[in-house]
Design a binder for this molecule. Structure first.
Ligand code: GAR
Length: 207
């Protein structure tokens, strides 16, 4: 059984999807062992506590720079012997000091079809606002490995969601979460924990 550490910053609906997937046996090859937030008041922490999962708060302001913050995150995950780190709405960019120590073992969910509407500055509702401003008819969500490029790591799973007439960033965010993120994030975590993902360049093979 793999040990999963989840990084959160906000409401934690993706964390909830992972917890529910564990309850329902969809996530069965890994167990959520730790939830770390960079925001002390994040509701995601309450969700973790309600599920009996250990929590930590690690705030960027308590470290001299992004590297020191990233190293503290890595120390915490190592201390808890975490095998897979899941970024589930984690809003702080980490550096090599974190992802270098967990290379190939960090996944992130992004609320769009990468390589569209991603990279620096594209997070949360901003992504959906950009999708609506552009006028695309299809959007969705992507789960990918995390490397040194923001939203640039190899893609594990993607799912399309329709943009509808009259959508607002809020209605579109809700549909993307419900129809894509909450489904593909737990699926990807299970695939990783079951040892079913092989990385071949940028191509992720699913056994
Ligand atoms: C989710 O839509 C997630 O994909 C997005 O923030 C939201 C967090 O919601 N993440 C990013 O934009 C990261 N680039 P949640 O806290 O309810 O899971």
């Amino acid at each position: 059984m793999k040990r999963i550490g989840v990084l959160v910053s906000g409401g934690g609906t993706n964390l909830q999807a992972l917890l529910d997937a564990q309850t329902h046996g969809i996530l069965k090859s890994g167990a959520i062992a730790l939830v770390v937030s960079d925001k002390p008041g994040a509701y995601a922490l309450t969700r973790a506590e309600n599920a009996g999962v250990e929590t930590r708060v690690i705030e960027k302001k308590d470290y001299k720079d992004r590297d020191a913050f990233s190293a503290a995150l890595a120390d915490c995950m190592e201390e808890k012997q975490i095998d897979l780190v899941v970024m589930a709405g984690f809003m702080t960019i980490v550096t090599e000091a974190f992802f270098g120590r967990f290379a190939g073992r960090i996944i992130n969910v992004h609320p769009a079809l990468i390589p569209s509407f991603c990279g620096d500055g594209y997070y949360g509702l901003r992504v959906h606002r950009a999708v609506l401003d552009y006028g695309v008819k299809l959007t969705g969500a992507t789960v990918h490995f995390v490397d040194g490029v923001t939203d640039g790591g190899a893609i594990i799973l993607q799912k399309c969601v329709a943009v509808e007439d009259g959508d607002t960033p809020e209605t579109l965010q809700k549909r993307v979460m419900e129809q894509a993120e909450w489904e593909i994030l737990p699926q990807a975590a299970e695939l990783f924990c079951a040892g079913r993902l092989t990385l071949n360049g940028r191509w992720v093979k699913i056994d």
